[in-house]
Design a protein around this ligand. Structure first.
Ligand code: SF4
Length: 180
């Protein structure tokens, strides 16, 4: 006990020491720098304004994904990517959505859920398949329980391949869908 106390007194309060300089990749970006996500986001914002006025709402449908694609979709709204600042957001109801984002092979038992969600989405709407599974069945291709892509259930406008696709690739895919 005394040894620990002496050691602490000798060492001092480490948390009060001035912070060491951050390594280059952790340092905050200069305020005037425009990284790839900012450039993509600005392009996204102008397309969203052209087509929808102020914002674009997405409804995500998970049709049997492993959740890897969901992690990347969630990253779109984290403080780093923060796509909400460009007018993009997810909604809980397909009735409020401009586009469907579909992940997963899809699994046969989720086909009906996907079809019903699509029917509930106001027209015109975009359908975007995210991930290898949604584009072509992915690693599940050939399984007795899945299809070979979302296009076998509902018409798909844009495919975003990858296992999983990175947030930049998803953003690029969204831009492609809006320019279609
Ligand atoms: S594409 Fe990859 S990450 Fe996405 S659901 Fe399929 S296996 Fe998971």
């Amino acid at each position: 006990m005394w040894e620990i106390l002496l050691h602490s007194l000798r060492k001092g309060v480490v948390t009060a020491k001035p912070a060491a300089p951050l390594p280059h990749d952790l340092a905050p970006a200069p305020r005037d720098s425009a990284g790839p996500i900012e450039l993509l986001g600005e392009a996204l914002r102008s397309e969203i304004h052209r087509l929808f006025g102020r914002s674009m709402k997405l409804r995500h449908v998970d049709c049997g994904s492993c959740n890897g694609c969901e992690s990347e979709l969630q990253a779109l709204l984290n403080p780093f990517y923060d796509l909400q600042r460009f007018g993009l957001d997810f909604v809980a109801s397909p009735r409020h959505a401009d586009a469907l984002i579909v992940t997963g092979p899809p699994a046969l038992h989720l086909e009906e859920a996907l079809r019903l969600t699509d029917e509930a989405t106001p027209r015109p709407r975009l359908v975007i398949a995210v991930g290898d599974c949604a584009c072509s069945g992915g690693f599940c291709a050939g399984s007795f329980a899945t299809r070979l892509g979302v296009h076998e259930v509902v018409p798909v406008d844009v495919r975003i391949p990858g296992c999983p696709p990175r947030p930049e690739e998803i953003t690029r895919g969204l831009l492609k869908a809006l320019r279609k």
